[in-house]
Design a protein around this ligand. Structure first.
Ligand code: SF4
Ligand code: SF4
Length: 128
């Protein structure tokens, strides 16, 4: 399950993810991170069965946690299978089948947002 963590400036200085790994023994995969001097946003992936206690522990440490149920969304009515999204995605979420139809593996998506402006038909969107 993907969890989006938002850190305050103060929490930015603490190794919260490492602390949670140490306290729970759960391996946390960091899929994307953006951290600057004022705040931080980190997308992590954890086993579904461990997600509730990881969420609770993160929140107890002052981290805002949002559960991401889905990756990027595509409006099938707008998509023309042009393939522009296939090459731009760093996680190979999109692929073309033998009939040149574009498909999604949205479980791979890390919500980087790169594909959204690349779609000439505005068929892609991000739902948090
Ligand atoms: S870029 Fe947009 S229109 Fe083209 S295949 Fe991807 S989602 Fe469909
Ligand atoms: S948001 Fe990023 S990772 Fe997700 S499908 Fe678009 S380009 Fe790929």
């Amino acid at each position: 399950m993907k969890l989006l963590l938002t850190f305050s400036k103060k929490k930015n200085r603490e190794p919260v993810i490492a602390q949670v790994v140490k306290e729970t023994g759960v391996l946390i995969s960091v899929e994307r991170a953006h951290i600057d001097s004022t705040s931080g946003e980190v997308l992590i992936d954890v086993p579904d069965t461990d997600a509730p206690r990881i969420c609770a522990l993160m929140e107890a440490k002052g981290i805002t946690v949002r559960i991401l149920e889905h990756g990027i969304s595509r409006n099938q009515d707008e998509c023309v299978d042009c393939g522009a999204c296939v090459s731009i995605c760093p996680k190979e979420v999109f692929y073309l089948d033998a009939e040149h139809q574009v498909h999604l593996r949205d479980e791979r998506c890390v919500l980087c947002g790169k594909c959204i402006p690349a779609c000439p038909h505005r068929a892609l969107s991000q739902t948090l």
